[in-house]
Design a protein around this ligand. Structure first.
Ligand SMILES: Nc1ncnc2c1ncn2[C@@H]1O[C@H](COP(=O)(O)OP(=O)(O)OP(=O)(O)O)[C@@H](O)[C@H]1O
Ligand SMILES: [Mg+2]
Length: 258
């Protein structure tokens, strides 16, 4: 057994952290999330895959309430998602999100980007926020870039800053929506390595990605979505070697053989 999977299995799973129950969401006539039930344990890494338009991003966005839902419930640590105000800001900090585009503040330095949420939402004092930001930037391998502006960094570096910024809030769970798909090929691994490390350290993660190597080595579970529904859920070994639905077989044949 590889070192990675030994470590991964050793991560203690202590109960449910995120729960979606009977979640439904429409965009006008389009039923984008259809009776979605998903329970994510503390420390679990769930990789979400599926065809374009199947609702993967929408699913992620409902978990930190960037999208509202029409029916069903979503809880984090047993608490339903807050509707608005300060509670909602706190939820957003508890649920770190990393998007395909890096979404850093262009007019702030890398260091300031990673300090900002700590100062504004967590009310951390400036010195502590800076120390933490520098430590996190070191951890994701961009410590020497702290005083630059985002535009002076490569895509891979910017994405690692975005990860550091989310981590600065001590999130309970991290959502990644295709974090490497806007990157040049040679930068993909440097971002996946950081994510791989986070997974090993026991971070609870939901990751939408086409990187099947990452799914195989880091995921505890693969969730396959099509047409707004979760069609299959299985450990990666099982899902990749023996997908049950025709949709999943078809999808895998397309992404694995080109
Ligand atoms: N704000 C919106 N308004 C209307 N329709 C939307 C909106 N956001 C998404 N949709 C539609 O909802 C469906 C699901 O979109 P979503 O972005 O969740 O899919 P996805 O699985 O992430 O796709 P991709 O792999 O292309 O990123 C799509 O048909 C999309 O066009
Ligand atoms: Mg998407």
């Amino acid at each position: 057994m590889s070192e990675v999977s030994v470590t991964k299995d050793a991560v203690e799973k202590t109960g449910e952290l995120v729960a979606l129950t009977g979640v439904n969401k429409h965009f006008g006539a389009l039923h984008v999330l259809q009776d979605v039930n998903l329970s994510i344990a503390r420390g679990e890494v769930v990789v979400v895959i599926g065809p374009s338009g199947s609702g993967k991003s929408t699913l992620c966005r409902t978990i930190n309430r960037l999208e509202t839902i029409d029916a069903g419930t979503i809880t984090i640590d047993g608490n339903p998602l807050p509707q608005e105000g300060r509670e909602l800001a706190r939820l957003r900090a508890d649920v770190g999100m990393v998007f395909q585009s890096f979404n850093l503040f262009a007019h702030k330095t890398v260091l300031q980007n990673v300090m900002l949420g700590q100062l504004k939402v967590r009310k951390t004092d400036k010195k502590a926020a800076e120390e933490k930001a520098r430590a996190l930037l070191d951890r994701v391998g961009v410590g020497t870039q702290a005083d630059k502006y985002p535009s002076q960094l490569s895509g891979g570096q910017q994405q690692r800053v975005a990860i550091a910024r989310a981590l600065a809030m001590d999130p309970k769970v991290m959502l990644f929506d295709e974090p490497t798909s806007a990157l040049d090929p040679e930068m993909i691994n440097e971002v996946l390595d950081v994510m791989q490390q986070l997974a090993r350290e026991g971070m609870t993660m939901v990751v939408v990605t086409h990187e099947m190597g990452f799914a195989r080595s880091a995921a505890n579970r693969v969730v396959f979505m099509a047409d707004g529904r979760i069609l299959e859920e299985a450990p990666p070994e099982q899902f990749f070697s023996n997908p049950r639905s025709d949709r999943a077989k078809d999808f895998l044949s397309k992404i694995l053989h080109h």
